[in-house]
Design a protein around this ligand. Structure first.
Ligand SMILES: [Zn+2]
Length: 146
């Protein structure tokens, strides 16, 4: 107690009981405020799925990074096969097409992306996810629990 008194006397030149109560109140406000700010900052981590290019994309967060991003069949929920064989032979950007195929539904094409291979596709989807996290529109996205 005497140290606390000394602290106030050093800073303000004098000490009164209300100063201690007031300080405790301020510290409490800071702690509670920090708690809510930190929780709100991590709220986007509930955003783990999105529908893009007619298929469902799911991912996880490792710290702040998006990891294990992959696409799933909107009908049966199975992981899709990514066929980008055409990208290797195609010279023009517009000829590069990646097909998303569901083996479980009988080798049916569930989506296609023109412009690049699977790495290109994953980069684009990641970009779309990050964009929604940044501008807050991820809150409007429907959840896809398949
Ligand atoms: Zn399927």
């Amino acid at each position: 107690m005497s140290y606390i008194k000394l602290f106030f006397i050093i800073i303000f030149g004098y000490y009164e009981n209300y100063m201690l109560a007031f300080s405790v109140l301020i510290v409490l406000c800071i702690v509670v405020g920090a708690f809510f700010i930190l929780r709100a900052k991590d709220e986007y981590k509930n955003f783990r799925s999105i529908c893009l290019y007619n298929v469902i994309w799911k991912w996880k967060y490792k710290k702040n990074r998006i990891v294990s991003l992959w696409c799933y069949c909107p009908e049966c929920g199975n992981a899709l096969l990514c066929d980008d064989e055409y990208c290797r032979s195609a010279v023009n950007m517009t000829n590069k097409t990646t097909f998303l195929i569901c083996k479980n539904c009988g080798d049916v094409e569930k989506g296609r992306i023109v412009g690049g291979d699977r790495n290109y596709l994953l980069r684009i989807v990641k970009f779309e996810i990050q964009k929604r996290i940044k501008n807050g529109t991820y809150k409007n996205e429907a959840k896809h629990e398949l």
